[in-house]
Design a protein around this ligand. Structure first.
Ligand code: NAD
Ligand code: USQ
Length: 404
């Protein structure tokens, strides 16, 4: 058992934050969740909802206490807009660790229109900066753990294994001298949302260098699955399951589409290769990151938090075979490479002891079961991806004549 830490989990009501808060509490840490419930509000505004019936924060925390005897605190704070309250909370708790999940995280939502673009930039950049600046102002020294994204690297580097955050470069100088430098891997974001994660990286680089803040930036792949060991303990602890065209991520969407008899919505040819991680491994990785803060050496620790790569096409084929579903190749509403390769180094988490759960290991069955159990809650009209990247694209809607 490691020493108990005081940990603030910003965005702790969300898909990754909630199970992480439970896991860290179960591990003996003193956890305070901070959330402004904006994710639930966005659902209401869009007319969407989690497929699973998520309880209110009060009910969630009461259920956790009943099941485990453990207390998790909650503060309703908007970290992007309520700087004074952020400061007061940091001063009161003097956290050992701040874990920052509290951002607008859907690429399609960030591309809906000018309002959503501005909200995503304002929310994500201000929230990150407020947490960093408040910590410095108070003279605190928390380990800052941030959820970044694989998407900052972009998907154009066929053949290269994507390193963990940094790239050595060799610059020719005078007299045939070659200078070696290490730079942040050049960012190549594919949406306004992914761009905010690229901008976060510069904020971290500055505060690590200038104030010697210890920062771990986790470049996470697409998270799939729903339940973890802790969320399974009681139905009131169930995790959220997004499936709508903006917030639903590809594998969970396919699993749920198969269950409700909707054709699997493959964008274009489905040749997009992406990195994936199961939610159970997400919480394990974050616990490993919390227990292994980087040295105060002025450099941000960047870890790739993913366990396997797949093409969208291969995932659709896998799900279609298991569940006897149909595949529909729809117009791609995004502006992205139709086909790409992807190789990623995840050596740090493997060296820290992560034993990845993979798609082949039966967890797909569990996600199918959850999707089947709550299929009657599906709001069918929310399934299509209607947000387009440019004005002249068509939404990714299934046309009956295209169903294979
Ligand atoms: P989510 O939307 O389910 O959770 C985010 C939470 O943050 C929500 O509860 C929301 O209400 C809260 N929040 C947003 N802005 C806030 C603010 N200004 N103040 C306080 N709370 C705020 O998202 P998620 O899937 O849990 O993702 C968490 C983090 O992990 C995000 O930063 C995301 O970019 C990153 N990530 C997610 C995935 C994925 O597949 N879900 C993959 C890679 C990285
Ligand atoms: N896609 C389909 N059909 C669908 C939905 C998506 O073919 O019905 C395709 C998309 O076009 C894209 C790929 O699947 O090529 C992935 O899309 P996604 O929605 O599953 O994932 P993405 O938009 O990249 O975003 C998600 C999370 C985000 C996180 C990111 C990690 O929402 O918070 O940062 O995964 S990563 O992709 O590694 O950058």
């Amino acid at each position: 058992m490691t020493k108990a830490k005081d940990i603030i989990v910003v965005g702790g009501d969300g898909f990754c934050g909630w199970p992480t808060a439970l896991h860290l509490s179960q591990n003996g840490h003193n956890v305070t969740i901070v959330d402004n419930m904006s994710r639930r509000d966005i659902d209401k505004k869009m007319g969407a909802d989690s497929l699973t019936p998520i309880a209110s924060m009060d009910e969630r925390l009461k259920a956790w206490k009943e099941k485990t005897g453990l207390t998790i605190a909650f503060e309703h704070i908007d970290v992007a807009r309520e700087f004074d309250r952020v400061t007061e909370l940091l001063e009161a708790i003097k956290p050992d660790t701040v874990i920052h999940f509290g951002e607008q995280r859907a690429a399609p939502y960030s591309m809906r229109g000018v309002g959503e673009k501005r909200y995503t930039v304002d929310n994500n950049i201000s929230g990150t900066h407020n947490l960093l600046a408040a910590s410095i102002e108070l003279g605190l020294d928390p380990h800052f753990v941030h959820l970044g994204t694989m998407g900052v690297y972009g998907y154009d580097d066929d053949g290269i294994e994507i390193p963990e955050g940094y790239l050595p470069v060799y610059i020719p100088g005078d007299d045939k001298m070659i200078f070696q430098r290490e730079i942040l891997y050049p960012t190549n974001p594919g949406s306004v949302y992914h761009m905010t994660k690229s901008m976060d990286q510069l904020l971290f680089q500055f505060y690590a260098k200038n104030d010697r803040l210890r920062i771990t930036d986790l470049h996470q792949g697409i998270v799939w699955g729903t339940q973890t060991d802790e969320t399974k303990l009681d139905e009131r602890l169930i995790n959220r399951f997004d499936y709508d065209g903006d917030y639903g991520t590809v594998l969970n969407r396919f699993l749920m589409q198969a269950v409700v008899g909707h054709p699997l919505t493959v964008h274009g040819t489905g040749g997009q290769t992406r990195a994936f991680i199961h939610i159970q491994d997400t919480v394990k990785c974050i616990a490993l990151a919390v227990n292994n803060p980087p040295p105060k050496d002025g450099k941000v620790a960047i870890l790739n938090q993913m366990t396997e790569t797949h093409t969208v096409r291969s995932l659709a084929t896998l799900v279609a075979d298991v569940a006897d579903a149909k595949i529909a190749n729809v117009d791609n509403p995004r502006n992205e490479a139709a086909e790409n390769d992807l190789r990623v180094s995840n050596k740090t988490f493997i060296s820290l002891g992560l034993k990845p759960v993979t798609l082949a290991e039966g967890l797909m069955d569990e996600t199918f079961q959850i999707a089947s159990k709550y299929a009657n809650r599906c709001i069918y009209k929310m399934i299509p991806c209607v947000s387009t990247w440019t004005n002249n694209q068509r939404p990714g809607v299934v046309k009956v004549d295209k169903v294979a």
